[in-house]
Design a protein around this ligand. Structure first.
Ligand SMILES: [Zn+2]
Length: 122
């Protein structure tokens, strides 16, 4: 088998990364707006409304953190491609070649599926 990530596939991955960068940016901005809204008029809430609001805040904060982490991965991946990093497309942990099927779904991930799953278990 030839190198599994061909030029056109690379272009597709770069496109996906740019789209992800844009979408994640919007998502984070939207969540920040929501967080700002939930935080206002706190005194008007009764107790149950306040705990709902708190829950919403915590969820929004968790989502912002996840999205920001993913956005950083996207930016790192784009930088690596721009710099012509030949190791792009290979797992950071075990050096296995990451199949295009996975790269096209999670182009920002520096890990193969196995290593990713192991990391999530930990
Ligand atoms: Zn791996």
């Amino acid at each position: 088998m030839e190198h599994s990530v061909q030029n056109e596939q690379m272009e597709l991955i770069v496109q996906r990364l740019h789209k992800l960068q844009h979408d994640l940016g919007e998502e984070i901005a939207g969540l920040r707006d929501m967080l700002a809204e939930v935080g206002t008029d706190r005194e008007q809430f009764d107790t149950s409304e306040r705990s709902d609001a708190l829950q919403q805040r915590n969820m929004a904060k968790a989502n912002i953190m996840l999205s920001e982490r993913r956005l950083r991965q996207v930016e790192v991946a784009l930088r690596r491609i721009n710099e012509g990093d030949e190791d792009f497309g290979y797992c950071r942990s075990c050096d296995a070649e990451i199949p295009f099927a996975r790269l096209s779904v999670r182009p920002e991930s520096p890990l193969c599926l196995n290593c990713q799953q192991q990391q999530e278990v930990r």
